[in-house]
Every structure is written in structure tokens, then in C-alpha cells.
Design a binder for this molecule. Sequence first.
Ligand code: DP6
Length: 337
Amino acid sequence: MKQQAKSRATAAAHPNLALVKYWGQTDAALNLPTNDSISLNLSGATTTTTVTFDAALAADAVFLNGEACDPVTCARVSAHLERVRALAGLERRARVDSYNDFPAGAGVASSASAFAALSLAATRAAGLELDTRALSVLARKGSGSACRSIPGGFVEWVAAETDAASYARQLAPPAHWALRVLTVTFPGQPKAVSSLEGHRAAPTSPFFGARLVAVEGTLATVRRALRERDFAALGCAVEREALSLHALALTSRVAEQPWLSGIIYWQPETVALLRAVQAWRREGIPVYFSLDAGPSVHLLCEAETRPAVERVLAPAVEAWRGAYFVSEPGRGAWLVG
Ligand code: DP6
């Protein structure tokens, strides 16, 4: 069959917040994780990506928010397009235009929404129609956490030992539970250690094995708490889980940066907010925190307590010159137009 000279598709996806984290890999090339993880999609932030396969192009061209992207990101995107070309039996190079509606450098990991939207847009532009599972497997190879942005709502990523068996599936749709996530970002330096380096460094922590044992209990608690909408049980487990990721980071050695005794992802404002959340709880506000590999903090509450949380959060964030946005459990990756 003769291929068209040009074919185009646009897709969008939300980033996701891991309630139980992915930290450490059994296969770095395939992004196979050491443990299952559970997340919810964040409706308050979106990446929208258009992929155009074009016979007139000599090389892939990647633009982020209207600007040509740096060579490292460009190579990572091109490697992902190569996976799609191999699946579709396609030769043509592509132009990729990707936009985030949240500011770059705001401390919100965009690789999950980026590779989820890219996977859907590129496969459709290549004439493929993958089911949710196959799309999740593909997105995972671009960025591990991206596989969790393919299905909607509350999602579990199965660790598994083989490429085809490690994908994310929906545990419950977005409407299952009216949770709210307030994502707080602070101005500051870009982080010194990427999550790629962090994953590689994780097994050097003496606590790595202990976390792998403990995480099984955390997964069981979080699955049950989600099923039964038990907010206090969910919040406690999520908060301790986030701290356990940082316990590993703090005690990991980064091969590429031997001068680091451990990875400190926090800024002073991060720690101040964590302590404030604990104090607000003592005062009776049911709110919990989570953190990823960076200084931003995600606050978790139920919809009806959001006003009480914002009343104490807004002045604190203003004093730190930070910003925040609010999410509900979001949908999975979708086609635009
Ligand atoms: C701390 O998915 O960004 O956010 O697979 O190398 O792209 P790559 O890593 P990435 O790691 C995410 C780590 C985390 C925890 C999580 O989202 O589960």
C-alpha cells in the first residue's frame, strides 16, 4: 500500500501523582520497575502534542512550547518515534509540536504526560490503533511513569519481568472518589539529579531492600483505602511512602556526581510545608502530602475540605513566592480534534 506523504494526529495527556512510587528499575533499557506503583491522573495540568510524519523531512524535529528542544530531549523523543516506526513499518521522519499548559521548570514532572501524549499521537499519525494496554507498554519505554497516564483515574502499574506484561491498568474511574490534589511549586534551581540518575542510584542505598519488602504492605493498604474510600488510611500510607522514597534518595550514591553524599531534592520551603501539613492535621484539617524527585509538594484532601486547606495554604505559598494548582482525578490520554 502506498503511504501518504504526510499524516498527522494530536493527542493530550495529564501527568500523574504516584501514591505508591516507582523508584528503582530491574531493566533500565525497558524501564521495568522494581515494584508495582499506584497513581492518579492530575486534571489540572495537560500536555498536548501533534505528530506529523512527513516524507519531506530528512530528520525528526521536536519543538517544546514553540521552541526547538535540546539535543538530549530530542534524541529521547526520536528514539520513541523509532519504536512507533518499527511497529508501523514506517520510514518517514516526524515533526513533533508539544505544549504544556503548566510552566516548564515549575517542578512538575512533565515526562509522564509528554510520553503518554506522544505515544497516542505518534501511533495514530502512523495509522496504528493500539489498545490501552499496548499503548501503556509503549509509553513506558519512553518514560516509566508515562504508562500510568494512559488509562484514566486511579491506576496501577504492574511491575512484571517482561516487556509485554509491564503496563498500567485502571483500578477505578475518575468519578470513584472526589479527591483533590493541590500541587505546590517553588521558584528555584532546576534539580541537580534527574529521576533517571535517581532510579539508577536507588539500589546503592542500604535501605533499598527494606523498602522493597515494606512497599508490598503499602500497596495493599493503598488498594484497600482506595476501594473503601478510607481517606485517613490513604493519607498516612501515601505520606510515609513519599518519605521512604526520600530516605532512599538521601542515602544513595550517584555514579555521575561522586561529590554528592546523598540526593537532597528538597528546598527549605519544601521542608517548611511538610511540617506545616503535619501541624494543620493536628489542628484538625485532614490533609496529607506527597513528594516526587524534586522540591514540589502535592497536598491531598477530599473535595469538601479543599476550602479549609486553601485558607491555610494560600497565605503560606504567597509568603514563599510559590504557586499552586488544583487537580481532580483526571481522564486517560485522549485524541484531540
Ligand atoms: C519520583 O518516570 O520520570 O516521580 O522512567 O526514567 O522517565 P523515567 O523516570 P520517571 O520516574 C518517576 C519517579 C517518581 C515516582 C513516580 O512517579 O512513581
